[in-house]
Design a binder for this molecule. Structure first.
Ligand code: FPP
Length: 247
């Protein structure tokens, strides 16, 4: 029996965000180079994206490359950029078949031109799709994004476009790269690490957190269903009491 049968269709999370961790450790366990782990990780991305689209998730955000990942050895950064180009080339037909729209968040201007162009091309090609929004966080970190938002809001105050008193939660959200994307309902992190690593710090204020020991290349569609079922059995109170939520 599949865990999919336990999913309550009326309570599907609108937005799932995932910190895909453990590619390197998975490769090491098999005695392989780290890039084998990243390549296997792409297969997991493919499977999880298809499953998310199929069950009606609206937004799936994947932490594919952080601002801090630029500090990895040059060979790994170059190989990851090449893998991203290759993956987009191979996966665009699958995105079209599954009605998936590609979006990116992050400092995309920092990406090598070939990688950036590939993404922009795929974003354009999938722009008319109306199913799952697949959001790839590329050269992304939450602190970077908050600093950029603060700079832009300060400039708007200086230019008289916004008053200081008008700076509220909505104004901040609208200046983040996730502008227009609902906050995640569920955040999953693989590989047993219990931290957030500079990912969507503003947006996960009320997200449910789910940690699994599975390494990303081992994470299956059944594991995704299990995380969703777990989420559906939690009570989201948003600061209210349990009684208030129930009434
Ligand atoms: C974390 O594993 C993973 C990454 C930094 C990169 C994630 C990239 C992919 C899954 C491939 C490309 C993705 C897309 C969306 C096409 P790690 O290297 O930190 O593993 P470790 O902690 O075990 O060393």
């Amino acid at each position: 029996m599949s865990k999919k049968d336990d999913i309550i269709k009326e309570r599907i999370p609108r937005h799932i965000a995932i910190i895909m961790d453990g590619n390197g450790r998975w490769a090491k366990k098999q005695g392989l180079a780290r890039m084998f782990g990243h390549r296997q990780g792409v297969t997991t991305v493919h499977n999880i994206t298809e499953a998310a689209a199929e069950i009606g998730i609206e937004y799936l955000t994947l932490y594919a490359f952080s601002t801090e990942n630029w500090n990895r050895p040059k060979e790994e950064v170059d190989a990851l950029m090449a893998l991203l180009v290759d993956t987009i080339a191979k996966e665009t037909p699958t995105l079209m078949k599954n009605n998936v729209k590609l979006l990116t968040i992050g400092d995309v201007d920092r990406l090598p031109k070939a990688t950036r162009d590939k993404f922009l091309g795929c974003i354009e090609q999938t722009a008319g799709n109306t199913g799952l929004n697949l959001v790839l966080a590329l050269s992304y970190s939450s602190r970077w994004e908050i600093i950029e938002a603060a700079k832009r809001i300060a400039a708007e105050v200086k230019d008289g476009k916004i008053a200081i008193d008008e700076i509220n939660e909505a104004a901040i959200s609208e200046h983040l790269t996730t502008q227009g994307i609902p906050d995640p309902d569920l955040l999953i992190r693989t590989s047993g690490e219990l931290r957030i690593s500079n990912f969507l710090l503003w947006q996960i204020a009320y997200s449910e957190l789910y940690f699994t020991d599975k390494l990303w290349p081992e994470f299956t569609v059944e594991d995704l269903y299990e995380a969703i079922v777990d989420y559906q059995h939690r009570e989201r109170r948003f600061g209210k009491t349990s009684e208030q939520v129930k009434s």
